[in-house]
Design a protein around this ligand. Structure first.
Ligand code: PMP
Length: 351
């Protein structure tokens, strides 16, 4: 097993501190008259604080993801999980994080919020990862953040390249797998027991259809999870979300069916968009969205919006000039997207 030197990489003040102890930490039983947490005693579905460690949810997640409960942290979206990582490992004004570009915008927002230097290593023109370049940039960094499948490009990063970084970088390698359920590639979760420096973040916002209840997942070595637990607010995942998430995890057949439907629609969209006269390039996708290049993204974006279809203009991102990103919707929604695309073609021809 590759070990991770937590004492060297965690913030010294976080290492030294004691976690806040909530009322629900100090008495965990379900029976009794609870006069310990200053709650309103009149019973309702939500008058009591929720489980601060989301134990029931973790039991289900451990079963589904084939990990141990002590390897899991649950956050208010994976955005919160990523924020906890920055806050637990990076001293403001001193430490450095390395990531790739283009990638998910929150990595730089979190760096700025936490006053952490962020070095963005470019992917190549087809959005492939260069492990050697990342390792070179990460010589004095605390964390490397990789996104696979990557947003906004959509592609899964080459596993050998990712593993080169995991093998050689002594700090924490965070792999954001928000879109992994739409990919044929294997999650890095399978390597968690072999590499203490791997941290995988996932979410129930995408494939699991629960963006509205904000449940994000972090998986890492138990000592990394224990460190993050010290920093997280005690009741960071509310009771309604915990219950709702549990119900969804108990119906994995439905989740699997929806993912399959999305993948079928993705294939159909790719087929319809292939060789389309207005599309210059479609990038490989392992996610539930498609990035494509056109001649004039701003004008096409406006045309879509005027016709009731909202896509994302990613033109301002590195190497994404004139690129639009479309999420895979329902069959009806995708039909409308294709219809507007064809209408735009007709409009151009008659101009
Ligand atoms: N990671 C990536 C790559 C994302 O695209 C997103 C959402 N767009 C997130 C993380 C955050 O997801 P959530 O906070 O909903 O779990």
């Amino acid at each position: 097993m590759k070990t991770f030197d937590l004492e060297k990489f965690a913030r010294p003040n976080v290492l030294a501190m004691k976690a806040y102890s909530s009322a629900r930490d100090e008495y965990t039983g379900n029976e009794g008259i609870f006069l310990d947490a200053n709650e309103n005693p009149f019973p309702s579905a939500v008058n009591r604080y929720p489980d601060p460690y989301q134990r029931e949810l973790k039991t289900e997640l451990a079963r589904i993801k084939k990990v141990r409960e002590e390897q899991i942290i649950v956050g208010n979206g994976s955005d919160e999980v990523l924020d906890l990582i920055y806050r637990a490992f990076c001293t403001p004004g001193k430490d450095k994080v390395v990531t790739i570009k283009p990638s998910y915008g929150m990595y730089s927002v979190l760096a700025e919020t936490n006053d952490v230097e962020l070095v963005e290593v470019p992917l190549d023109a087809d959005f492939n990862l260069d492990a050697a370049a990342v390792l070179e940039a990460a010589k004095d960094a605390k964390i490397v953040v990789l996104c696979s499948p990557n947003n906004p490009s959509g592609n899964l990063l080459n596993r050998n390249e990712v593993m080169k970084i995991v093998e050689s970088f002594p700090g924490l390698v965070v792999i954001d797998e928000a879109y992994i359920d739409f990919s044929n590639g294997k999650s890095l979760l399978a390597e968690l027991d072999a590499y203490e420096n791997i941290f995988v973040s996932q979410t129930l916002s995408k494939a699991y259809g629960l963006a509205g209840i904000r449940v994000g997942l972090g998986f890492g070595s138990p000592k990394v999870i224990a460190l993050l637990n010290k920093v997280k607010p005690p009741y960071n995942v509310n009771g309604l979300s915990q219950r709702f998430a549990l119900a969804r995890l108990n119906d994995m057949e439905k989740v699997t069916k929806e993912v399959l439907d999305i993948l079928l629609e993705r294939s159909r969209l790719l087929l319809e968009m292939k060789d389309h006269p207005l599309i210059c390039k479609i990038y490989r996708t392992d996610a539930n969205f498609i990035l494509f290049k056109v001649d004039d993204a701003n004008t096409m974006y406006d045309f879509f919006a005027e016709n009731g279809v909202v896509v994302r203009n990613r033109s301002s991102q590195y190497n994404c000039e004139n690129c639009l990103r479309v999420s895979v919707g329902t069959k009806t929604e995708n039909d409308k997207f294709l219809e507007v695309l064809n209408e735009y073609n007709t409009t151009l021809k008659t101009k």
